[in-house]
Design a protein around this ligand. Structure first.
Ligand SMILES: [Zn+2]
Length: 313
């Protein structure tokens, strides 16, 4: 039975294959969530095959970005969960190797401290993804118990409780699938898994890669104005289930995204000019920000929402 939730993860991963790395920001996360659910195999429960489920997960995939700016305690803990600063040797800021990360965040933190850094600086995206996978596995386990117990119990009040809990569990599965979709989507953005996360940075730069702040314009305005769901769907790769442990599948996935960073920077310098210009000076006809992405506060005197991009730097 473990194959089932793992399949969900892998499908979500495949929906965001780095070679088609055009899916970030509110627009991109919505596309990833919808397409991932629509690509799920037939053995999933019927409620996830309903068209409304894909739409719901697409919206819920945006939530981890909408959580931002909730407060210092909240943001300080959660913001680093969206990225991982992998260096050019496959290590996290010179510390632990991606392919051999410790199982727990506590052990990860110890390894990073030994390298003179910490997870607030380095990020902990792999743990967000594995955490999401494990949460979903638990959700599905409870759903199976609810359905079996509702079918077999002879006590009417117990049956009513299990039926109600199954309904509750379906809602939690949609939410947790959305959360997982978000972090898997982040992991397909090469600039979310590289030390070169916003321009090449202060590193050896023999090819003269840009130092422009390309992160936010690329994943936000560029995706919103140039990428469609149909275009992403047409470039999705066939389903390929990773049968390794979720930690190993995640490491391979993030490593592939990291490898896309240099090809990203090799794009002609002229590509960046319109991206940056579009982000800084919206042209006529610029689509209004979708709901909940407003740059102003939704209530008088309240905090601004989405005043920075969906990037996390
Ligand atoms: Zn994110």
């Amino acid at each position: 039975m473990r194959l089932f939730p793992r399949s969900l993860v892998v499908l979500a991963l495949l929906a965001a294959t780095p070679t088609q790395a055009f899916a970030w920001g509110a627009t991109g996360h919505r596309i990833i969530g919808r397409l991932a659910v629509r690509a799920l195999p037939p053995e999933i429960p019927a409620f996830l095959r309903a068209p409304a489920a894909a739409v719901e997960v697409g919206e819920l995939s945006r939530e981890p970005d909408r959580w931002k700016d909730a407060g210092k305690t909240h943001d300080s803990d959660r913001d680093p969960g969206h990225f991982l600063d992998l260096d050019d040797t496959g290590r996290v800021l010179g510390g632990p190797e991606l392919k051999a990360l410790p199982i727990t965040r506590a052990e990860y933190e110890t390894a990073l401290r030994a390298a003179g850094t910490d997870s607030w600086k380095a990020g902990y995206l792999p743990y967000s993804i594995v955490d999401g996978w494990q949460q979903l596995a638990k959700d599905f386990a409870y759903l199976r118990v609810d359905l079996a117990a509702a079918r077999t119990t002879r006590i009417a009040t117990h049956r009513a409780w299990f039926v109600a809990d199954a309904a509750r569990r379906r809602g939690l599965i949609l939410r947790d699938l959305g959360t997982l979709s978000h972090y898997v989507g982040d992991g397909s953005q090469p600039l979310h898994v590289s030390i070169h996360f916003n321009g090449w940075g202060e590193y050896p730069n023999p090819e003269g890669f840009t130092q422009d702040k390309v992160h936010a314009p690329f994943e936000g305005a560029f995706v919103r104005n140039n990428i469609t769901e149909a275009a992403v769907r047409s470039r999705m790769t066939p389903l390929e289930i990773c049968m390794k442990a979720p930690e190993a599948c995640t490491a391979e996935y993030l490593s592939a995204a990291n490898a896309a960073a240099i090809p990203f920077y090799r794009r002609p310098a002229g590509l960046w000019a319109p991206i940056l210009a579009a982000a800084l000076s919206p042209p006529n006809g610029w689509p209004p920000a979708p709901p909940n992405c407003a740059t102003s506060s939704p209530w008088p005197g309240g905090p601004a929402l989405g005043s920075r991009s969906d990037g996390h730097r």
